[in-house]
Design a protein around this ligand. Structure first.
Ligand SMILES: Cc1cc2nc3c(=O)[nH]c(=O)nc-3n(C[C@H](O)[C@H](O)[C@H](O)COP(=O)(O)OP(=O)(O)OC[C@H]3O[C@@H](n4cnc5c(N)ncnc54)[C@H](O)[C@@H]3O)c2cc1C
Length: 339
């Protein structure tokens, strides 16, 4: 085919759009200010779970499509994708299992021992020995309700490089340190432009519907006996996500543009995660900050035209779910580009 396409952005959205176009025979070139690990995507915990994104009617189908791709990728060790047991808790109220989670075999955790999946007909119980489960129940007993399901986890330290390599292998080209003030600056040889600029779209296309939902995490060493992810969305937001070589402790979600890590916030995150897991406070290996590109009117995934008449497909505003929606959105971007 050899149709040239320019993709702005090398976070998870831009890289996956790049892979999908390049593997379908397009001559795909990525242009980006920052690449992979340096982007917001590089700061993410990167668990599959719809969170802090609108509108639900579109988000859930994109998320479920992405889920299926990620389940396949989890068979490839090199991808950095694996399946993990997610234990989603509440400290304050009876948690509802979302409708979309029921076909994925989500299972309520009992209120007494919140880490113990309730034994109900048709509910597939998460793995682990009885001894381990009781240990977990003791650890997490201050949560009042929860549910469990198996979801894909993308270890960003591996996955983003895997995507970049897969894109390059398919014939793609990456140009780093390129910052556009407007999309019309892109070379005229590209008559198709894909905008995956994340929060950068605020300035790039003057979209002031975008809000930076700042997230800070602490990277700590692997924690003995914690092989499942623990998430509690009640304030204070708390999650502990074990990866292949370390563990991500989170988190925060504040309206802010501040990229600097705040040491007091890191201390608060580590204290809350350690309290929840009933472990001694671990050393902090690194702190990361990213700006979730939340868009008040919902993800912008649409075909439009630049001032000079060229076709552009926008795909940004994925909020706290860029990884969760990525393959579903990229497939729709390609469909829109081919109209
Ligand atoms: C702490 C934290 C935890 C998270 N956890 C999860 C999670 O568990 N699961 C999940 O699904 N999501 C999670 N997210 C959200 C997820 O990280 C984002 O939705 C996702 O990274 C957005 O990806 P993106 O590719 O659209 O944007 P980004 O990763 O921000 O990439 C944008 C790209 O565009 C480039 N760019 C921007 N402006 C310009 C310009 N003018 N010129 C050239 N290049 C430009 C940037 O350099 C960059 O390459 C989390 C986010 C944070 C901060």
């Amino acid at each position: 085919m050899n149709h040239p396409v320019a993709i702005v952005g090398a976070g998870v959205s831009g890289l996956i759009c790049g892979v999908v176009f390049a593997e379908r025979g397009y001559r795909a070139t990525i242009f980006a200010k920052e690449i992979a690990q340096q982007t917001t995507s590089g700061a993410a915990a990167a668990l599959w779970f719809p969170y802090d994104v609108e509108p639900a009617g579109k988000v859930i189908p994109w998320a479920l499509e992405t889920f299926r791709v990620l389940v396949d990728l989890a068979h490839d060790f090199e991808s950095g994708v694996s399946m993990i047991e997610l234990r989603q808790f509440s400290r304050s109220q009876e948690i509802q299992i979302p409708d979309w989670a029921i076909p994925l075999a989500a299972c309520r955790l009992s209120a007494v021992a919140t880490a113990e999946p309730a034994r109900r007909g048709g509910c597939r119980r998460a793995g682990g020995s009885q001894g381990k489960r009781l240990d977990t129940a003791r650890r997490l007993q201050h949560f009042i309700s929860g549910f469990v399901l198996n979801v894909p986890l993308m270890d960003t330290t591996i996955y983003l490089d895997y995507l970049a390599m897969r894109f390059l292998k398919a014939g793609g080209e990456i140009n780093a340190n390129v910052c556009f003030e407007q999309l019309e600056e892109i070379d005229q040889q590209f008559d198709l432009v894909i905008n995956c600029a994340g929060i950068g779209a605020r300035e790039l296309v003057h979209d002031f519907d975008l809000e930076p939902h700042r997230g800070q995490v602490a990277i700590v060493p692997k924690i003995k006996d914690v092989s499942y992810a623990v998430v509690c969305d009640d304030a204070p937001l708390m999650y502990a996500i074990p990866r292949r070589n370390d563990c991500v402790f989170g988190g925060t979600n504040d309206l802010s543009d501040d990229f600097a890590a705040d040491p007091a916030t890191t201390a608060r995150i580590v204290a809350e995660c350690s309290r929840s897991l009933k472990i001694d406070k671990p050393n902090v290996l690194a702190e990361r900050v990213g700006l979730r590109p939340y868009r008040k009117s919902g993800v912008r995934l649409e075909r439009a035209h630049l001032v000079d008449g060229r076709t552009v497909v926008h795909s940004y505003g994925h909020g706290g779910s860029g990884f969760t929606l990525s393959w579903g959105c990229a497939r729709e971007v390609v469909d829109l580009a081919r109209l």
